[in-house]
Write a protein that binds this ligand. Structure first.
Ligand SMILES: Cc1cc2nc3c(=O)[nH]c(=O)nc-3n(C[C@H](O)[C@H](O)[C@H](O)COP(=O)(O)OP(=O)(O)OC[C@H]3O[C@@H](n4cnc5c(N)ncnc54)[C@H](O)[C@@H]3O)c2cc1C
Length: 400
């Protein structure tokens, strides 16, 4: 057990923090007010090698470990949830899934340009009638020999208008229930594909979220990920990686709440003292610190299991559930610490409160993770190694 970051990880944190301070925070209020996603931020992240931070160098990435991905997500969400969400989807849900399940041809064609940030990846699972209940999806993929024809609709898809490639889940055989779901790599440029951003969101307003439409979309057979019927397993393993990034990001949101609250505690005076001297205010700040430290331990433990190439569904789910709940509470308390000023966008904490809600819903709601943890403890749920595991770090191509 080693709790120290490596020198490389410390440098990565410093670089990402400087990037957030210079490129994101000065613009955040404006982007949030305008509800505008700036894809130029992703280009700049790519220039720093962060769009493929934990993708092996042989596939165009920076070759760092999985906890380095956590560090990037933590620091990005200290800026805003929108950019961490973009990285969660691009790396956590898409690129790592290609690394885990893709064949060599798919890795060369799709993973390499994603790892360099030349192309952006996203993940289409949720549908108007299917969120937590994945097997309720309606999108179909008809096997036509040398290609599949996809028909259906996805909703709440992050980077819907921005991504070049999507991993899309559809039924190839409805009679087999969740064993009949398959996963496909779909290019935006394919005829019959379209997308539309969703307006009026509570938070992540500087993000790009919306719908995908598939009308007789022809997808070549070589874009089937894994085998027919592997889709459910692929989706769940992708979520193990996405949830890890969401949990790490939640630590960053707590950090942002703490920073703003500590500053305000020293700035604001009531009854002749700075408010940080009042014990009930101290309690809120102390809870934020406790939430941050506990969440980090859970996140880095899950990351270490990933580094070892071990199944981590249970640990990642716990980290995601707890860190997102802590972040939601921290944001609520941060607004409280700021009093009425916290209720205005003159201070960043109202944005943090709005942003902190979606992570409690996406990538497994609070209730789904609660149930999962209960099932593990009660012995109703047990995980076996998958036929395709996320490769251990450092990456050894021969082991694949
Ligand atoms: C900002 C944002 C970005 C997103 N990005 C993506 C993306 O990129 N790709 C993607 O595929 N999806 C994405 N999603 C969708 C997200 O993953 C789903 O919203 C989530 O899985 C929950 O599904 P749902 O909204 O349909 O809620 P439902 O599944 O309908 O749940 C509604 C309520 O019922 C509860 N519930 C459901 N089943 C149970 C049960 N068995 N026991 C107890 N309670 C239960 C839930 O916890 C919740 O409180 C995004 C969502 C948001 C808000």
């Amino acid at each position: 057990m080693n709790f120290d970051f490596t020198e490389e990880q410390e440098l990565l944190r410093k670089m990402t923090r400087q990037f957030v301070d210079k490129e994101i925070l000065p613009n955040m209020r404006m982007w949030d007010e305008q509800g505008r996603f700036d894809p130029g931020v992703l280009t700049k992240l790519a220039d720093l090698g962060l769009m493929g931070v934990c993708i092996p160098e042989v596939y165009g990435g920076s070759g760092m470990d999985y906890n380095s991905l956590a560090i990037v997500c933590e620091e990005l969400e200290r800026g805003d949830t929108a950019f961490r969400t973009a990285v969660s989807v691009h790396i956590g849900l898409n690129s790592l899934t290609l690394l885990q399940w893709g064949n060599e041809g798919q890795k060369q064609k799709y993973l390499v340009p994603q790892a360099t940030g030349e192309k952006i990846g996203a993940f289409g699972l949720t549908e108007p009638g299917a969120g937590s209940d994945v097997a309720a999806i309606q999108t179909t993929a008809a096997n036509k020999g040398d290609h599949y024809v996809l028909n259906g609709q996805k909703t709440w898809i992050s980077l819907c208008d921005t991504a070049d490639h999507f991993i899309v889940f559809a039924y190839t055989d409805k009679s087999k229930k969740h064993h009949g779901i398959s996963a496909f790599i779909v290019e935006r440029s394919t005829a019959g594909f379209s997308s539309k951003a969703t307006k009026g969101k509570l938070g992540i307003r500087a993000g790009n979220t919306g719908e995908l439409f598939f009308e007789d979309v022809k997808v070549p057979t070589e874009n089937l990920l894994g085998k027919e019927g592997d889709g459910f397993k692929i989706a769940m393993s992708a979520l193990d990686n996405g949830r890890f990034t969401v949990a790490a990001g939640a630590c960053g949101l707590i950090m942002a709440c703490l920073e703003a609250s500590v500053d305000y505690c020293h700035e604001r005076k009531t009854f002749g003292h700075e408010i940080g001297k009042h014990q009930l205010v101290q309690q809120m700040v102390a809870n934020m610190e406790a939430g941050l430290q506990m969440s980090r331990l859970l996140v880095y433990r899950a990351g270490e299991l990933k580094n070892q190439g071990k199944r981590n569904t249970r640990e990642t789910s716990l980290a995601k559930w707890q860190a997102c709940d802590f972040a939601n509470t921290a944001a609520d308390d941060a607004v409280q610490v700021h009093g009425a000023y916290g209720y205005s966008n003159e201070y960043p904490v109202e944005r943090h409160l709005r942003n902190s809600k979606a992570p409690v819903i996406y990538e497994g709601t609070r209730e789904i993770h609660t149930i999962m943890q209960a099932q593990y403890v009660l012995g109703y749920r047990k995980d076996k190694p998958l036929d395709h595991m996320l490769p251990a770090w450092p990456y050894e191509p021969d082991e694949q």
